[in-house]
Design a protein around this ligand. Structure first.
Ligand SMILES: Cc1cc2nc3c(=O)[nH]c(=O)nc-3n(C[C@H](O)[C@H](O)[C@H](O)COP(=O)(O)O)c2cc1C
Length: 407
């Protein structure tokens, strides 16, 4: 179910040039099932009228608590108690300063102070205002007080020059909010776990412009990283591709060759709880990578490339394994189970995901996959043809059930 469904969300709008963008965000929240109420500062009402927000949300807008007409309610307390999630967007330097200091001098800031709901702050301001030490001090104070603060985007500002301070696009804000909110869900299966995922096909340089690689798109590894994050993990994704959007909340480490991937995995492995090696690591690389582009010989003769084996990462990691749960992948075109079973044992894996990449809809590039899960001393389990996200969920759930999370 969507995390926004039926959620009581209060959006506080302060007086910035990006106030109108709050309308787009509110529409998206409502589309996802949230009930949204708006509180505005007096200066925000100079930019967009309360009537616009009232019409959009079909709820009264809180602007001034001293002219309230219903004697049964104190406006800011009623709204604060109703709120399950509070979003300040755009948050002006002024609003941030007030919240950091507990100032409550209008309906919006009083509601912020009065609510116990998780609070999300989306600053937007001129780049010099954002860089000002006072603004930075206030933002740090918000983080120290447990509020969640989104870093502004860098780009063209309303002032006509470029800098850091722009309100990120509504899609970026929604993805960030959804990730932050998900991480606050109690009892996520991978909470407090460090999950390391590798993805994509490595590239082994022949010369500065050419390389040897494979057909792996990285989609399976990216799906594992996304689902691991949704399950509450602290996820590092070591990626040999830059063609895919990085899942929100996931730390990215970019690599190209098998050797770079090995270095990155080695660095992270000691503090990893669960490693999922979904990258398609080249088995061979050119013995020499030429410094300059290789030219065609004058006689147009054949060119012979001499290849040498790349390091076998899983084999190298096996002796270093302490409490880590290690998941490997085997892409085969024949003798799937025999080859996979051998790999499971030889590389001391806890789980091996085998797929027959010769079948349509399976393995490289597509959005679907069908795999067989092998674990030591257990019968192999074959999945249906599923989306890569669903396959990722199956892999991680199997890992959790198999003891990936130590008590
Ligand atoms: C045209 C215009 C645009 C502004 N844009 C911003 C802005 O993007 N961010 C910001 O922090 N302040 C901005 N300000 C300044 C705030 O409106 C001002 O600090 C005000 O006191 C904020 O009040 P509030 O936080 O109660 O809404 C802008 C002012 C004007 C006149």
């Amino acid at each position: 179910m969507d995390i926004w469904n039926k959620r009581h969300v209060t959006v506080v709008i302060s007086g910035g040039i990006a106030s109108y963008k709050a309308l787009l965000l509110i529409r998206q929240l409502m589309k996802r099932g949230a009930t949204v109420r708006v509180a505005m500062t007096a200066h925000a009402a100079e930019f967009v009228t309360p009537l616009t927000f009232q019409t959009l949300t079909q709820q009264p807008v809180v602007l001034d608590e001293f002219t309230a007409t219903d004697p049964k309610y104190v406006v800011h307390v009623a709204l604060a108690d109703w709120t399950e999630t509070m979003i300040m967007v755009p948050a002006t330097a002024n609003l941030i300063a007030k919240v950091a200091n507990g100032i409550a001098d209008d309906a919006a800031t009083t509601t912020i102070l009065a609510t116990t709901a998780p609070k999300f702050v989306i600053p937007a301001m001129n780049s010099h205002m954002y860089a000002n030490p006072a603004a930075q001090r206030n933002l740090n104070q918000l983080v120290a007080d447990g509020l969640h603060v989104l870093t502004p985007a860098t780009g063209m500002l309303a002032e006509g020059y470029s800098g850091k301070g722009r309100l990120p696009e509504p899609d970026v804000i929604i993805d960030w909010l959804t990730d932050q909110l998900t991480q606050l869900t109690p009892n996520l299966p991978l909470a407090h776990q460090h999950v390391l995922v590798t993805a994509g096909g490595t590239r082994e340089a022949i010369d500065p412009v050419r390389y040897i690689s494979n057909r792996s798109s990285g989609k399976m590894g990216y799906a594992v990283a996304q689902v691991a994050r949704e399950m509450g993990a602290d996820v590092t994704l070591i990626s040999a591709t830059d063609q895919l959007p990085v899942p929100v909340g996931v730390h990215l480490v970019k690599v190209a060759s098998a050797a770079e991937l090995l270095t990155a995995v080695n660095a992270a492995f000691p503090t990893t709880n669960l490693l999922v090696m979904a990258a398609a690591v080249s088995d061979y690389r050119p013995v020499q990578s030429a410094d300059q582009k290789i030219k065609k010989p004058a006689d147009h003769g054949d060119l012979t490339l001499q290849l040498t084996e790349t390091p076998d990462i899983l084999k190298q990691l096996a002796p270093q394994k302490t409490s880590q749960y290690v998941v490997g992948f085997a892409a085969e075109t024949q003798h799937l189970l025999t080859n996979a079973q051998r790999k499971l044992t030889q590389k001391r894996l806890d789980l091996l995901v085998a797929n027959d990449v010769s079948k349509p809809g399976v393995g490289f590039n597509g959005d679907t996959n069908q795999v067989t899960l092998l674990r030591p001393n257990q019968e192999p389990v074959k999945t249906a043809l599923l989306s890569k996200i669903e396959i990722a969920r199956t892999i991680l759930t199997t890992a959790v059930a198999g003891g990936a999370v130590k008590a």
